[in-house]
Write a protein that binds this ligand. Structure first.
Ligand code: HEC
Ligand code: HEC
Length: 197
């Protein structure tokens, strides 16, 4: 009886650490850059709460080098080179399941302007509404990422980089969307989005 109790307890403990154990070392290999509970740290973005299909997609594009901006090359190409497809999937599901906290680090005086561009775009300047794809609360869906609460610096860099000719995978509409954005729009959008929860 006692033994069974112990076995059950052990199994319970093992199932609790299950997702992390899927990559015991591996999750830690990610969080030492992406921050405690993957909330983002310095130039490494928050992974917590991101769409699992998007995370999986991005890890694949780091692996095949199609996401090619300087930080991706420097940090991510190596970090995921040895992952097998199953670990890629498990890590994506695991990080997506952690609730994300908003970075709140943009310029608060630009929230209103940023929100208007996000919701409506600027038709006369050919700027698309972000809402149409990323959703009313910037929560994303499937391969379209959650933007709400990501760090200002990261959002700004991403929006600038498509215009500079860097890629993030095949067939994304973002280079065309971002080409229409000027520095003021990028500033306002990145500020607004950093506060969305
Ligand atoms: C040495 C630091 C470092 C390590 C280790 C690391 N990352 Fe990253 N990661 C980064 C940086 C920096 C970026 C931002 C790249 C950019 O600017 O485009 C990033 C970006 C990402 C992105 C893209 C997120 C998005 O919103 O587009 C994913 C997904 C990701 N990392 C997953 C992982 C996983 C999974 C691991 C562990 C196997 C990991 N990272 C380990 C530094 C790191
Ligand atoms: C037609 C659909 C569509 C529209 C409109 C759109 N996006 Fe996107 N966006 C996407 C997709 C799909 C991705 C994922 C790209 C990839 O897989 O590399 C993405 C990725 C992003 C990312 C990268 C997030 C990360 O974690 O690295 C940012 C930032 C972004 N979009 C901002 C915007 C903003 C701001 C607007 C409005 C000006 C906008 N998007 C309009 C579809 C869209």
């Amino acid at each position: 009886m006692k033994r069974t109790g112990l076995t059950v307890a052990l199994l319970f403990v093992l199932s609790c650490i299950g997702p992390a154990a899927a990559g015991d070392g591996t999750v830690r290999n990610c969080t030492w850059c992406h921050g405690t509970s993957a909330q983002g740290y310095m130039v490494a973005p928050r992974l917590a709460g991101q769409r699992p299909a998007y995370l999986e997609n991005q890890i694949r594009s780091f692996r095949d080098h199609s996401r090619d901006n300087p930080f991706s090359k420097q940090y991510m190409w190596g970090a995921v080179a040895a992952l097998d497809p199953e670990s890629v999937h498990d890590l994506a599901v695991y990080f997506a399941s952690i609730p994300g906290k908003p970075a709140n680090d943009g310029n608060p005086s630009l929230i209103a302007v940023g929100k208007t561009i996000y919701m409506d775009g600027i038709p006369e300047a050919n700027i698309a509404s972000c809402y149409a794809c990323h959703g009313p609360n910037a929560e994303g869906t499937r391969e379209i990422p959650r933007l709400g609460g990501l760090a200002y610096f990261y959002l700004k860099a991403r929006l600038e980089q498509w215009g500079q000719g860097y890629h993030s995978g095949a067939g994304t509409p973002m280079p065309i969307v971002a080409r229409a954005l000027g520095p003021n729009e990028i500033e306002a959008l990145a500020s607004y989005l950093s506060f969305v929860r």
